[in-house]
Design a protein around this ligand. Structure first.
Ligand code: ADP
Length: 298
């Protein structure tokens, strides 16, 4: 059980009764013989209060558990579907080739290209799930080194080139020329940035404009990805970094995703001693910002 789920129970059953007992002790000291009346009154209050808070705390924990269980079930269904789709396509093309149904070498090459792409999609998905499992179990290790952000930003932008070429998008890069170095795990931060870029891509309409910016902000370096998408509902903004959570907008639900991307970004950023957040206005787009401690402090 996660610690934060235990906090309400701890407060309800330990902190409140302890505070009440302390009050009883003080009353006895102050009022001497009159204390017995106060004692009984206070004890009854303590009992009622503790029970009430206990019931509320238990309901909160139960509600949260049920909510997480539902998100987890959705996630498992989604991932099973994501694994099955490329597998079905691979099996179909392999069988077609085995039966010699494709005689034209050009068609055979196309089928092999599809098999190669689907295999890559599968292994990327599995690698991501394994990475997530390592994060969840605390076994993900990071190799921190002093790095410049420019090549990291370039690599992340390059990684989305295939989507950019296929769907078209204007990607603008705004780098502060006097950026300090940052102490990061290069691969993990690049992946986090790719996740933000991919989301900016996925959730933005046809005229996509994405701005990747890096600038100094006090003792930190702010790395942001802004898009001109539809924006994120206020209620969703608080939850989108939770694992498995997907936005409530029915349009978002038609877009491919498993609800892990932002949870992984948050995990990586926290491991770097940083923070990640979002600013978004409906109809105006969203800006996700990663704050990383600059090397050498302020
Ligand atoms: P996924 O994209 O797989 O659903 P994420 O964890 O990456 O999972 O994102 C969680 C949710 O946050 C998404 O389902 C979507 O509703 C919302 N979201 C993320 N990025 C954006 C964005 N750039 N614009 C609008 N909504 C976004």
């Amino acid at each position: 059980m996660k610690l934060r789920r235990v906090y309400p129970l701890f407060i309800g059953f330990v902190v409140v009764p302890a505070a009440l007992m302390l009050t009883v002790g003080i009353l006895i000291l102050v009022f001497g013989s009159k204390a017995r009346d106060y004692l009984f009154g206070t004890l009854i209050l303590a009992l009622v209060g503790t029970t009430f808070i206990g019931v509320v705390a238990t309901l909160v924990v139960l509600y949260r558990e049920a909510y997480l269980a539902r998100l987890q079930t959705d996630f498992v269904n989604k991932v099973s579907h994501d694994l099955r789709t490329p597998l079905t396509s691979i099996r179909m093309f392999v069988e077609t080739l085995q039966m010699g149904r494709l005689r034209d070498p050009e068609r055979q090459r196309e089928a092999l290209d599809i098999i190669a792409n689907e295999t890559l999609r599968l292994s990327t998905l599995i690698a991501r799930l394994l990475d997530w499992a390592r994060m969840e179990s605390g076994k993900k290790s990071y190799e921190f080194r002093e790095e410049r952000l420019e090549p990291i930003v370039d690599a992340a932008i390059k990684a989305i080139d295939p989507q950019r070429m296929q769907f078209g998008a204007e990607v603008v890069r705004e780098m502060d020329p006097s950026l300090p170095a940052v102490r990061v795990d290069r691969e993990a931060i690049t992946d986090a940035l790719i996740d933000l870029l991919q989301n900016a891509f996925k959730y933005t309409g046809p005229a996509k404009r994405i701005v990747v910016a890096a600038r100094r902000q006090g003792p930190t370096v702010a790395l942001s990805v802004a898009d001109n998408g539809p924006g994120i509902l206020g209620a969703d903004q608080k939850r989108i970094f939770d694992k498995f959570y997907r936005g409530q907008d029915p349009l978002d639900r038609t877009i491919e995703g498993s609800g892990l991307g932002l949870a992984m970004v948050k995990h990586v950023v926290l491991a770097h001693g940083g923070r990640v957040g979002v600013e978004s206005e409906l109809g105006k787009g969203s800006t996700f910002t990663i704050l990383l401690p600059a090397s050498g402090g302020a």
